[in-house]
Design a protein around this ligand. Structure first.
Ligand SMILES: Cc1ncc(COP(=O)(O)O)c(C=O)c1O
Length: 354
């Protein structure tokens, strides 16, 4: 099916654009899912067809990310922010080491500090990934793979003898995960995977405490045993995720997502670096492939840049309020041609204002 002409180029940092085909399929099934004469939202999550859909989504996550057998795949609620508290609650650590590469790492640190001793490596300004010191006797190491606000990516996961926990909210499914270096990976769905309201948690079952003092809804061990259905789960969110996973698979899998992300982000960084009007402060080897913040030479032009962009269908480019400037988010579902259209516009704007 041809995408409707009203679909703009969506550079939102999240919630972000979903593949047009996924939305079209969801639209077609909204009144009648699997011949039931109602949508998937309108029936019990215990219905065998819904249970089968959850199992299929889990199987697709496992296949696309090559998840090891001894890891559970959970579809939870609360967003990645809830996980900042719930991971310590479920893993019951006394000491943690956290790599701090930006605003989301800071939030994970603040949550962990409520219950454990936290050693931190890294500080603002977030323009590089610092070298790690010797990681001593800690219960786990936490890092954020892709800092959505600062545009910093940890290019190589650390190879440690302690469990490694990773916030992959803004990069999951844009590249493979090396499971020999990760023990628990989590991500809010609303960037690369589906709508907000679902949090994907993939973790080694042996890490989960059997006596976590949290609601069973947030107890990883209980949710793993219950197929993410301790209580009523976010069914529509998982339904859309299931379709996005099909789309990733049909588009060539995670490898294809990675290839596109490298091409698109390289093209945009090149345009920024070749200009004397736009700048990105992040060191080349740790630049994000998903979120590309950039500043204009004169911040007084920011508003004009955003509104002229929108009049050309280049949407949601305004940077996060904490760093200012612009941010182009290039998640998996961004349409072909979006980056080229943005670069053309940036060149024109520069020619008018430099
Ligand atoms: C890297 C990262 N971690 C955590 C979060 C928080 O996610 P949520 O709003 O789902 O709690 C975000 C949100 O943008 C994020 O980008």
């Amino acid at each position: 099916m041809r995408p409707p002409m009203t679909r703009t180029f969506n550079f939102s940092a999240g919630p972000a654009g979903l593949p047009t085909q996924v939305l079209q399929q969801a639209q077609a099934e909204l009144l009648d899912w699997q011949g039931l004469g109602c949508s998937v939202m309108e029936i019990s999550h215990r219905d065998r067809r819904v249970v089968a859909m959850f199992e299929a989504a889990e199987a697709k996550v496992r296949a696309l990310l090559s998840v090891p057998e001894d890891h559970a795949v959970l579809f939870l609620q609360g967003g990645a922010t809830a996980m900042f508290d719930l991971i310590p609650a479920n893993l019951a650590p006394r000491r943690i080491h956290v790599l701090n590469t930006g605003a989301w790492s800071e939030k994970a640190i603040a949550a962990a500090e409520k219950v454990a001793q936290v050693q931190v490596t890294g500080q603002a300004p977030y323009t590089q990934v610092p070298d790690l010191p010797e990681i001593g006797d800690v219960d786990y190491f936490h890092y954020c793979h892709n800092e959505t606000i600062h545009g910093v990516r940890v290019a190589e996961a650390p190879d440690l003898s302690v469990p490694v926990v990773c916030d992959a909210s803004s990069s999951v499914f844009s590249e493979a995960i090396d499971w020999s270096r990760h023990d628990l990976v989590y991500a809010g769905a609303q960037k690369n995977l589906g709508p907000s309201g679902v949090t994907l948690v993939i973790g080694r079952r042996s890490l989960f405490s059997d006596s976590a003092s949290v609601s069973p809804v947030f107890d990883f061990s209980k949710q793993a045993k219950a197929g993410s259905m301790v209580n009523t789960p976010p069914v529509y969110g998982v339904y859309l995720i299931d379709k996005v996973l099909d789309w990733i698979d049909a588009s060539g899998g995670v490898q294809a997502m990675q290839r596109r992300a490298v091409q698109r982000s390289d093209a945009l960084y090149q345009a920024i670096d070749q200009s004397s009007f736009y700048t990105n402060p992040v060191q080349a080897e740790c630049r994000s492939r998903m979120n590309i913040p950039f500043l204009l030479a004169d911040s007084a032009l920011d508003q004009a840049f955003v509104s002229q962009a929108e009049s050309r269908g280049l949407m949601f480019l305004k940077g996060h309020r904490s760093v200012g400037g612009m941010r182009a988010s290039l998640y998996n579902a961004i349409q072909d041609g979006a980056v080229e259209a943005l670069i053309d516009y940036m060149r024109e704007f520069e020619a008018q204002h430099a």
